[in-house]
Design a protein around this ligand. Structure first.
Ligand code: ADP
Length: 445
C-alpha cells in the first residue's frame, strides 16, 4: 500500500481523496497555491506545501513543483483528482520515471485518450460505435469532408476539454469561418490547433460507463450514468442509473467497454462517454481519471471508487467479481457552483453563512465553510449534493428537500436553478437531453 500520498489538487476533490486516505491509513501531503492557504484539505492533511502563486499555470499545473514536493515530503504516491494534471501524459510519465505510484492509468494510455482524434481511432478499432467524422485532422478540402459527413456537424479541437473548443456548423457557408475561429481558439487555449469534424446529433443524451481494472487482468464495469443536464457543454446534474434505455442495449455497451479496456490494458478507474440517440450509442471520449460525478455510482454500487483507485495504484488485486456488483436504487447529484443562476457568471468572495443539508440518503462533498473566501482563479464548483433512494422519484424529492435545507450566503450560487430543474415536469418524467437546461433557462441578454 502507498505510505504517503500527495494530493495534486484542491477543492472538494482534494478533500474527497484525503478522506479516502484517512480510511486507508495513508499519510497525506496537501499542495496549495498562495490563494488556497485556507483550503479545508490543507488544514486536515498531515503535511502541506505551498507550490506557487494563485495562477494555476504556476502552481497546480506546475509539474516540477509537484514532483519536487513529492521528493521533499517523501510521498510515494500521487492522486491527481480531476482537471489540472489529471489527464496530462507528461506528468504521468514523470511520475512513472521517478518511481512513484500514480492513481491513474499509464502515461501511454493517457496520451492515446488525451487526443480526441487518436481516442476515436482507438475506439473504432476496439469495436465501439462512433459517429461519422473526418477520421483525422481537417487540413485541406474541408467542404468535401463535411459534405460526406453531412450537416449539421461539430468542429472539435483534438486537444479540447471541459466543454471548450467546439463549434456547431449548420451549413456549408459557415464552415470555413468557424473552422478558422475554432483553430485559433484551440491554439490559444490548448496550444494545439488541430481540429476535426464530427456528425452533430441534435437531441442526444450523454450516457457514460464507469470502468475499473487492476494490474492482474480484472476488468469491471460499474454501470452507467446519465449526464445530459448540462449548461454550456458542462454537466450540472448527473444520475445513476440512466433510465429508459433497454437493459439489453446497456449490457451490450458494457461488454464493448470492457473489451476496449482489455485492448488498452487499462488500469485504474475510467469513464467511456457516449452520446445516445434513437437507440444508438456513439463514443465521444474516454476520461482516464476520476469523474466529478463518481459519487452517484458509489451510491448505487456501495463501492468507494477512490479507495479502489488507491488500492489499484498500490498494486493490489481487485477482490470483487462482476457478478457481485449490484446496481441498486437511484442516485442524483447536483453540482453547486459559485455562479449566478441565470447568467452563469462566476461569483467569488467571502462566504458569510453556510449550512449543509443532511439526513438519510444525503451526501455533501464540499470544501467550503463559514468565512471561507472563494478565490476567483479556479473552477466555480463549491459543493456536490448527492442523494440516494430506492427509486428515482424518491431520490428526486429527497434532493429537492436537501436543497431547501442548504444555505449559502455572501456569494451567488446556482442552488435555485437546480431546484427549478428538479421540479420541472419534464425532468420528473425523465425526458432529459442535452438541450434541456438551455431550453428551460432564459438567460437575460
Ligand atoms: P469535452 O472533452 O470538452 O468534455 P466532449 O467531446 O466530451 O468534450 O463533449 C462534451 C459535450 O459536447 C457532450 O456532452 C455534448 O453535450 C456535446 N457534444 C459533443 N459531441 C457532440 C456531437 N457529435 N453531437 C452533439 N453534441 C455533442
Amino acid at each position: 500500500m502507498i505510505n504517503k500520498l500527495l494530493i495534486a489538487n484542491r477543492g472538494e476533490i482534494a478533500l474527497r481523496i484525503l478522506r479516502a486516505c484517512k480510511e486507508l491509513e495513508i499519510s497525506t501531503v496537501a499542495v496549495y497555491s498562495e490563494a488556497d492557504r485556507d483550503q479545508m484539505h490543507v488544514k486536515m492533511a498531515d503535511e502541506s506545501i505551498c507550490i506557487g502563486p494563485a495562477e494555476a499555470n504556476k502552481s497546480y499545473l506546475n509539474i516540477p513543483a509537484i514532483i519536487s514536493s513529492m521528493e521533499l515530503s517523501g510521498a510515494d504516491g500521487v492522486h491527481p483528482g480531476y482537471g489540472f494534471l489529471a489527464e496530462n501524459s507528461d506528468f504521468a510519465e514523470q511520475v512513472e520515471k521517478s518511481g512513484y505510484k500514480f492513481a491513474g492509468p499509464s502515461s501511454s494510455v493517457i496520451k492515446i485518450m488525451g487526443n480526441k482524434i487518436s481516442a476515436k481511432r482507438f475506439a473504432r478499432e476496439a469495436g465501439l460505435p462512433t459517429l461519422p467524422d473526418s477520421e483525422g485532422p481537417v487540413d485541406s478540402n474541408p467542404k468535401k469532408i463535411a459534405k460526406k459527413i453531412g450537416y449539421p456537424l461539430i468542429i472539435k479541437a483534438a486537444s479540447g476539454g471541459g466543454g471548450r473548443g467546439m463549434r456547431v456548423v449548420n451549413s456549408e457557408d459557415e464552415l470555413e469561418k468557424k473552422l478558422d475561429l475554432t483553430k485559433t481558439e484551440a491554439k490559444a487555449a490548448f496550444g494545439d490547433e488541430e481540429v476535426y469534424l464530427e456528425k452533430f446529433l441534435t437531441n442526444p443524451r450523454h450516457i457514460e460507463i464507469q470502468v475499473l481494472s487492476d494490474r492482474f487482468g480484472n476488468f469491471l464495469h460499474l454501470g452507467d450514468r446519465d449526464c445530459s443536464m448540462q449548461r454550456r457543454h458542462q454537466k450540472i446534474i448527473e444520475e445513476a442509473p440512466s433510465i429508459g434505455i433497454p437493459i439489453k442495449l446497456k449490457e451490450e455497451i458494457y461488454k464493448k467497454c470492457i473489451s476496449a479496456c482489455k485492448k488498452l490494458e487499462y488500469v485504474s478507474a475510467g469513464t467511456f462517454e457516449f452520446l445516445y440517440q434513437d437507440g444508438g450509442f456513439y463514443f465521444i471520449e474516454m476520461n482516464t481519471r476520476l469523474q466529478v460525478e463518481h459519487p452517484v455510482t458509489e451510491s448505487i454500487t456501495g463501492l468507494d471508487i477512490v479507495k479502489l483507485q488507491l488500492r489499484i495504484a498500490s498494486d493490489e488485486e481487485l477482490r470483487i467479481k462482476q457478478e457481485e456488483i449490484e446496481l441498486t436504487g437511484h442516485s442524483i447529484e447536483c453540482r453547486i457552483n459559485a455562479e449566478h443562476s441565470r447568467t452563469f457568471t462566476p461569483s467569488a468572495g467571502l462566504i458569510t453563512g453556510f449550512h449543509a443539508p443532511g439526513g438519510i440518503g444525503v451526501r455533501v462533498d464540499s470544501h467550503i465553510y463559514n468565512n471561507y473566501r472563494v478565490p476567483p482563479f479556479y473552477d466555480s464548483l463549491i459543493a456536490k449534493v448527492i442523494c440516494r433512494a430506492n427509486d428515482r422519484e424518491d431520490c428526486r424529492v429527497r434532493l429537492v428537500r436537501a436543497l431547501d435545507e442548504m444555505y449559502v450566503s455572501g456569494i451567488d450560487t446556482n442552488i435555485d436553478l437546480h431546484r427549478e430543474l428538479l421540479v420541472d415536469q419534464d425532468f420528473v418524467e425523465g425526458k432529459t437531453d442535452l438541450n434541456f437546461v438551455e431550453n428551460k433557462v432564459k438567460v437575460p441578454q
